[in-house]
Design a protein around this ligand. Sequence first.
Ligand SMILES: Nc1ncnc2c1ncn2[C@@H]1O[C@H](COP(=O)(O)OP(=O)(O)OP(=O)(O)O)[C@@H](O)[C@H]1O
Length: 311
Amino acid sequence: MIEIDQITKTYGDTTVVDRVSMSIDPHSITVIVGTSGSGKTTLLRMINRLVEPTSGTISIDGQDTRSVPAYELRRRIGYAIQGHGLFPHRTVGQNIGTVPKLLGWEKARTEKRVDELLDLFQLDPGQFRDRMPSELSGGQQQRVGVARALAAEPNILLMDEPFGALDPIIRAKAQQDLLDIQKRFGTTVVLVTHDMEEAILLGDKIAVMDKGQLLQYATPEEIIAHPATAFVDELIGTGERPFRLLSLAAIREAVEPGEALGDAISAEASLRDAYAELLWSGRAALPVEENGQVIGRVTLAELNRRAARPQ
Ligand SMILES: Nc1ncnc2c1ncn2[C@@H]1O[C@H](COP(=O)(O)OP(=O)(O)OP(=O)(O)O)[C@@H](O)[C@H]1O
């Protein structure tokens, strides 16, 4: 559990983070979203003390972070940033092994971990371990950046616009990777983005910041249904609300018994995907398949119901 209590950062007369309090549950993904300059990065960096708070406290599992040397905190907490921040003159393997080396892991253990992470991110170790960062594509560099942040098996991973520089297809893949990895290791992830779509896709909880203040901290469903202020509403995009609700759930959750005509859709796709397919194909229902078997259908009527404002 990360407990942020009345945390404030001022530079001269300017308050960039203003008495923010929030509790972050372990094993969850929390997304901090807001416009440029709202204080997201500053808030994130106060968690690992890359930025020292002016006042307020942050504790991790009950321990005040000020009681731990900053360098030790930063070895314990993974940190990945936009543009990956890899060391240009070190190989991929050396980059990923940075923190294990600082922690004094034995060479064999570090090498094993490096190869394991490369495998996990679908980069063949034999092919990629000894390359320099400049010999990788942007998407590959970004994966190495996240692998490096995960190298010492941190319980907490901080990510600052990690997917900002990626094209839409690689970005969708990287987001899915993150969801899979988070599920597999149970890492507590705190991620900064200015993209509400990404926040809704990834976040168990979303923290909306504006001008240094935390306007709302709630589940995506709650934020879409009951935005705390006009600014939060604007950030969600009024015209997008029904589609955002539909994109939160998989088709599996709305399957009902019965038949439908035409090509089936995967139960893993989102309700938003089902809605698009229903409109595009002019059907009132789609067959739904899972593991190659039709398991029922999803109907336009049910999606209309689910896209309406929650009561
Ligand atoms: N070291 C610093 N000295 C003075 N002002 C700073 C410093 N670091 C950040 N700021 C100011 O604090 C405010 C918040 O910055 P921060 O980087 O936290 O915002 P952000 O929400 O992450 O923005 P972006 O999405 O553009 O990265 C900005 O107005 C910025 O200019």
